[in-house]
Design a protein around this ligand. Structure first.
Ligand code: ADE
Length: 353
């Protein structure tokens, strides 16, 4: 696998930036993630319907001796899109080149990668919704006809040069399927959504990771971490390390339910996996905007976060957990958010304003 590229109550304090509960990748995590990534469908936990569909697609493509159709994975960050691309490559016996759209800024970046591909190779482009127009247009004929259409010269002397490319498979990943241009989306033969993981699946991920890292953990300890991992393996894996630090310093190193709960309380991660940013966002809407609806820009400014992080990282889980709702007029908290944050009954709260 080659990696090419790679004084307002509601404002964050310095330590809260980059919290352990946010599923975007940070540079520091990459090595750790690469060490524990499952390499086969057997060791990849969760996403069972998707895994089954992919295994059939792979089998069929091997029988036909043709490369796999281009694939698009979408869903919130941290659910294993890159990992799955690696598993597919392994299963196909193919090489994989990994890059992300922001690293393909200039035409020569995408041309260089396409020209370096070998037959049957997989090209993985993360955050593919962020590809610029020029890169997208270079990609269309490459995806469709495995050619690069290059133009040389100016106005009247302009010439088009068609360069054949080896047959390859593009795997695109995005947290925002809706932000992908129609023509690009239409060029993917297979489009799959990754789902949040169940508590049981996350507990299995946690046990597997603990095994690799030589961390002792019992089943209840794994479930205690799983419950607060926002349905996201990347967060679960980070929490295992943090809880293990606590277990080692304060106890005998073994993670039990009690130890996990103590460590997670210290990290201010609550029973639903919410951190200070999530709670501040919900509190803001309840206390200042009577439960909403309120625009995303207003929320972002008030809590000192950028809109993209709120939309891509915080919101998917708050929506899935049923704490937040998206309406055409902005974001609204749902009645269960009042109870979760310790406000009196939703209806009592509504009459306060
Ligand atoms: N680590 C991260 N995602 C995983 C998964 N789906 N299965 C096993 N380990 C993982």
């Amino acid at each position: 696998m080659s990696i090419i590229a790679d004084d307002n109550d509601f404002k964050h304090t310095r330590e809260e930036k980059n919290p352990v509960t946010k599923a975007e990748t940070i540079e520091f995590d990459k090595n750790f993630e690469n060490c524990i990534r499952p390499k086969s469908f057997d060791t990849y936990i969760g996403q069972s319907a998707l895994k089954e569909a992919l295994q059939i697609t792979i089998e069929a493509s091997k029988k036909r001796e043709l490369p796999l159709d281009h694939l698009l994975f979408y869903g919130p960050p941290g659910l294993g899109k890159t990992t799955l691309a690696g598993v597919i490559a392994e299963q196909m016996g193919a090489e994989i080149k990994i890059t992300s759209a922001p690293a393909l800024e200039r035409p020569r970046d995408i041309i260089g990668i396409l020209m370096s591909l070998k037959g049957g190779e997989i090209l993985f482009i993360d955050e593919i919704h962020r590809l610029n127009k020029v890169a997208e247009e270079i990609l269309y004929p490459a995806m469709e006809d495995f050619v690069l259409d290059m133009t040389t010269g100016k106005s009247q002397t302009v010439k088009t040069l068609r360069i054949p490319l080896p047959k390859f498979t593009l795997i695109g990943a995005t947290t925002k399927a809706g932000a992908l241009s129609g023509p690009l989306r239409d060029r993917f033969g297979i489009i799959h959504r990754l789902e949040f993981y169940t508590e049981d699946e996350l507990a299995q991920v946690i046990k597997r990771t603990a095994g690799i890292l030589n961390i002792e953990i019992d089943t209840k300890g794994a479930h205690a971490i799983a419950r607060r991992s926002r349905g996201t393996p990347r967060i679960a894996n980070r929490l295992v390390k943090r809880v293990s630090d606590y277990a080692l310093v304060k106890h005998d190193g073994k993670i039990t339910e009690n130890i996990a709960n103590q460590a997670l309380d210290i990290l201010k991660i609550d029973e639903l996996g919410l951190d200070n940013t999530d709670r501040n966002l919900l509190k803001l809407i309840i206390e200042k905007y009577n439960g909403g609806p309120v625009g995303i820009e207003t929320i972002a400014t008030a809590i000192g976060e950028d809109t993209r992080t709120i939309e891509d990282v915080c919101e998917p889980y708050l929506l899935q957990a049923g704490l937040l709702q998206r309406t055409p007029r902005g974001r609204k908290v749902s009645p269960s958010a009042y109870g979760h944050l310790g406000y009196k009954k939703y209806s009592d709260q509504q009459t306060l304003f």
